[in-house]
Design a protein around this ligand. Sequence first.
Ligand SMILES: Cc1ncc(COP(=O)(O)O)c(C=O)c1O
Length: 480
Amino acid sequence: MTNSSDFREWGKEMVDYIADYMDGVSERPPLSKVKPGYLRSLIPDEAPQYPDKWQDVMQDIERVIMPGVTHWQSPHFHAYFACGNSYASILADMLSDAIGCLGFSWISSPACTELEMVTLDWLGKMLQLPESFLTCTEGSKGGGVIQGTASESTAMALLSAKMKTINKQHELDPDKDQYEIMSKLVAYTSEYAHCSVERASLISSVRMRKLPTDAKFALRGDTLAQAITEDKANGLIPAFVCVNLGTTTSCAFDNLAEIGAICERENIWLHVDAAYAGTSFICPEFRPLADGLEFADSFNFNPHKWMLVNFDCSAMWVRNQIDLVSAFHVDATYLKHEHQDVVVDYRHWHIPFGRRFRSLKLWFVLRLFGVTKLQEHVRKHVSLAREFESFVRQDDRFEIVADVVLGLVCFRLKGSDTLNEELLDRVTKTGKIFMVGSHLNQQFIIRFAVCAAQTESEDILYAWNAIKEEVDGLQVNNNK
Ligand SMILES: Cc1ncc(COP(=O)(O)O)c(C=O)c1O
């Protein structure tokens, strides 16, 4: 493809393919059934010496790619959490790809930096974040940035907390060796934090304690306070707490207000991971789930999960941007520009150097849906989850194992873990729906998440019937 006339023609064909794919995605099995290594035998061993024909490439999408795709946008996909998608976002990503800029500094593409600052202020207001997080607040030291993933946001927060604490300790005692301080730092989170939180501790070489939770799978203030007291008595330095609002296993909410007050008293960096649940805070009725946010030093959620923005787009705010910028500041002559003292250069805010124009898709989604349609989307998913919950509750062979707060239902058959694992396995093998299991209270549970934007009540009933049919079969077999 070398000219714009090919692009116009092929582009239209691709847009049609995408629209057909989305319209027909519910007809495809949600979970790919291919075996490892399936793809190599379907394509040549070497790249073509001369250009392939566009039509051949297009045909290979169905022949080579689609059999190996797990269809996250299918209304029968109920695994993990949602992966955002909408035509508005796809169109914006096309434009971003065409502009093809790298926004590592303001001058490298001013719109890339400035649109990000403005859209994150919009988003921050939609979520009713504390004003200190917004760039538009007078005298604000805070601000927002789009990271690739929640994992990167947690790692950035922990790495910044580590540098801040080391510097603080060094100021108190300049003779103290930096590496000795580092070896004493300790971070805390709940036993149900996403595995990326543990990974952040590995990346930053800060030990992390995973603390037990209460009956609602929430980390409470007294548990944290006790851990801090123990660690301080042992000469350790508490440096970081990651609060989870909407855990991956059961969508539980740590007690942010209790924990926040402790972090403030102890002068410990408080990071809030609301990767999935954060989108719901745009609805006034769900915003109380984030009470206590005024204590946070950093907050993150993924518009690329539940807010109809395609991966990747993870929104992070900090109360004091200096904490990030000073921890990761690098410069080179070729990066200098005349406005660098008065503008944001986003390369200092994250781990990679280059960055895509991701705010475009956020901007398109916010404008083409508007706050009301996004709120409707959240409310609809919550109500679909409640529909599924009520099916489960009406069947006394099953139990609900965690409060259904948003779009996730955790349930199990009353009986052994083996029975539940077998049920999940059988349902998966039907190819009708895709769910995953997890462990809660040391018991195997099944997670049913409302994921795709197109999910309707009939899909919930379809899923419930697919599960019920397998239970009936399972019990017949078990009775033999
Ligand atoms: C609570 C929570 N935190 C973090 C993550 C990781 O998200 P990401 O893929 O953006 O790193 C997830 C993923 O599902 C999650 O549920």
